[in-house]
Design a binder for this molecule. Structure first.
Ligand SMILES: N[C@@H](CCC(=O)N[C@@H](CS)C(=O)NCC(=O)O)C(=O)O
Length: 228
């Protein structure tokens, strides 16, 4: 039976969720195809069967898995004969740390830099929900949060500075070929690339060349999702 993934959709069929990008790349790495079911922020009833309220959600036969990290672990365990996402147990543990680190150190800064841009590109049905939920989270208007962009840009670059040495002498964070740790940070950069005109990587940045390599991966799957 075909796999199914519920993933976030914005205005004009835009796919910008960092977590859904992680799952897309993980499926491609495992050479698995899935039917993508577009899901707006407010389509909560579509994913109610998963027992929670966020995408991505993977359905594989009778198995229902939510949370991008849980999905990556599920795919690794269910399809062990296919290319590995983690390269073994130690790799899985360290990749889990990187997942936590990117969510806390990178995503938390990026959201503040582009929250108004995202608002402008969510599905029109979701705009009120997005504004109300994010303004409640930040205790401030989207406009004021995004106006602090220069502060967070500096903090973001300090975080990314810790990743750049990983690309000295190897093309991917995981070595000669990409694996799930690469997809974690790549998903985050796809988020911004598909939801904001802001560019956070200069052309001379090794992370820029690394992102280009991942945009070319899997028959340029991610490149088709245009930047703004
Ligand atoms: N830890 C989860 C986070 C998933 C998540 O936050 N998804 C967002 C889309 S990017 C969502 O569905 N949000 C629903 C909402 O805000 O109501 C994962 O890794 O999958």
């Amino acid at each position: 039976m075909a796999l199914r993934v519920y993933e976030l959709v914005g205005a004009g069929d835009r796919r910008f969720s960092p977590y859904c990008w992680r799952t897309r790349m993980a499926l491609a790495h495992k050479q698995l195809t899935a039917d993508c079911i577009p899901c707006k922020f407010t389509d909560k009833e579509l994913i109610a069967f998963s027992g929670q309220t966020k995408v991505p959600v993977l359905v594989d036969g009778d198995d229902v898995v939510s949370d991008s990290w849980a999905i990556a672990c599920y795919l690794e365990d269910k399809y062990p004969e296919r290319p590995s996402l983690f390269g073994g147990g130690y790799g899985r543990s360290l990749t889990k740390f990187f997942n936590i680190w990117v969510d806390n150190e990178v995503n938390s800064k990026l959201i503040r830099m582009v929250v108004k841009d995202i608002h402008d590109r969510v599905h029109p049905d979701d705009r009120d929900y997005f504004r109300a939920s994010r303004e409640a989270r930040f205790q401030n208007s989207l406009e004021r949060v995004q106006a602090e962009r220069p502060i967070y840009m500096e903090r973001l670059q300090q975080s990314l500075e810790l990743v750049r040495p990983m690309l000295h002498g190897q093309p991917f964070l995981c070595g000669q070929s990409p694996a799930y740790a690469d997809y974690i940070l790549f998903g985050t950069l796809q988020w911004i690339r598909c939801s904001s005109p802001l560019e956070v990587l200069e052309v001379a940045d090794p992370l820029h060349a690394w992102r280009e390599r991942l945009l070319d991966a899997f028959d340029r799957m991610a490149r088709g999702h245009s930047r703004l």
